[in-house]
Design a protein around this ligand. Sequence first.
Ligand SMILES: *Cc1c(COP(=O)(O)O)cnc(C)c1O
Length: 435
Amino acid sequence: MAEPIFWINPGRRKLVDCRQGLGLGMEEINDAADRLARFAPLLAALFPELALTGGLIESELLDVPVFLRRVFEGSGGRFAGGLFVKADHALPVAGSIKARGGVYAVLCLAEEIALSAGLISGPNDVYAKLALPAAAEIFGGFTLTTGSTGNLGLSIGVMGRALGFRVVVHMSTEAKAWKKRRLRALGATVIEHDGDYSLACATARQEAAGDPQTRFIDDENSRELFLGYAVAALRLNDQLAARKISVDAEHPLFLYLPCGVGGAPGGLTFGARLVFGDHVHCFFAEPTQAPCMLLGLATGKREAISVRDIGLTGRTEADGLAVSRPSRLAAAYMAPLVDGGFTVADEDMFLGLLQLREAEGLEVEPSSAAVLSGPRRLFTEPEGREYLERTGLLAVADRATHILWTSGGALISSDRHKAFRERGREAREARSLRP
Ligand SMILES: *Cc1c(COP(=O)(O)O)cnc(C)c1O
């Protein structure tokens, strides 16, 4: 039986003590933010849904007062400072958190190819030109390939096809049929694998090797994906400032992030630690059957250990988190930066998404829902309380801000959302909780 656990990372360091060893820093995050700004007019032209934000892909920071009252009342935590949902489940263009990393990784390649083909002359050129047929013809000579449990492929497919790239996505067993259909409708090639995510990645990597016209977007190692996610920390900083919410020693910030291979939560944590320093505390949520990052960090073996090595299946309804081995890059970065992690049974994800929908009307997929119990568990589980006491965070808990980072759901049909909620009701009945 896989029991849910709450884990505190003994390796977390103060930023001054680990910044030197990181390799990437604020300069690279700012560079990524600048690149996204350069491409914004092009994205606004390609995707009408981005007209309002001038081509920036960003989500709202939402108040969830009813959810807060219903779910956290009596949990021993004091959430007076506020509880928010960072609504990446509704990110435009790809409908998931992959609209940050996946889109950014494609734009990096497009820029490199456009520069070397002479389509643009430099970063000050007019990037909207890259929507013209002449650019699509150049991009069409290249194939983008990736391994995916679904959403990464979707995001790379949407962005890549919009620019005219050929796109080949290697899907692991978890990938849902509708995501494959959608990708094929976009003109992407989908290759289905009867194996897990690492296998899908390995096949894509192998195919790309030695072919200069094929570019592999490597979710297990990609610096570009990581930095695309990290930019979110700059945006969050602005959103908190707009609400006059401070982040400092007296006002800590807690982020609860869903973790698959670790690129998304890793990039967000990396960015957040650089922006908010030691005052942000990041916790990763993973399925009980696929806690690859927690296992990699707790054992120190990082990507060298798989959840299968300890008898877990890697199987979960949270398809975005169905990964049995963490990203090498993300695991290395997270070792000194992340505060900890916790694992969640699938039934609790279904129960969480039901509660969030009942309280706030938000519809998220199971992967997103993994984070929802984070604050309660931090304040109620012995490991969490001990950590809060030891670090002095308990004394300022009244002034803390907690953010539940949701990551997918917007593209899922209402019938599927209904079926998710049905699973939540079954879980609630099984526990004979009141409705
Ligand atoms: C990919 C994904 C995650 C996790 O991101 P990783 O980079 O794999 O850790 C979380 N939620 C959803 C919906 C996803 O698609």
